[in-house]
Ligand binder design. Sequence first.
Ligand code: GLN
Length: 222
Amino acid sequence: MRAAVVVFPGSNCDRDLAVAFQREGFAVDMVWHKETALPDGVDIVGVPGGFSYGDYLRCGAIAAQSPICQAVLAHTGRGGYALGVCNGFQVLTETGILPGALLRNAGLKYICKTVGLRVETTDSAFTGGYAKGQEIAIPIAHHDGNYFADEATLETLRGDDRIAFTYTDNPNGSVGDIAGILSDNRRVLGMMPHPERAADPGHGGTDGAAFFRALGGLLAPA
Ligand SMILES: NC(=O)CC[C@H](N)C(=O)O
């Protein structure tokens, strides 16, 4: 099992994401954003949290133009798995791999705290380790986490069971309390909360561990 974690100037959760993958047995390659190709045999690409390019222009907008994002687009285009956490979710929406946009938090403040999430679907390689409707505690740390999509897109997301997580107490104004979504083939997940920051007892919470455990299990060779 191989994971690639993309590193942009300003990424700050790349190591955390790599460790979360490694705990489940993934070999992890860190891939600098100037690379034009992913390493051979990569099963899943992780796009980590942070402040790529200092969040200038719009969070994730400049990173989405990096050479590696063409390779990520090709990977997801041929059905490869990808996970975008926080700034990574912003990058995946800016590339068009996932629909919608992350706007400034409704309260205009950076929010750093642990929040409640509800697991809305277990039908994915990411969420299969939870029970439908399960409430979990996962940290957020963002100023642009206010998910927005137009009504037609929301209808599609709801109708196709592509809302992965919602907030139990919406911290940022996200439409429909949406905290994370899946791509149409269910192989790409973007979410603002950080499961990799709740994956070890030393983190103060372990509700994110099942997320990576599920991924590890499903990607294991038969
Ligand atoms: N933790 C993160 O990835 C933060 C993402 C982005 N810099 C924001 O504040 O919205």
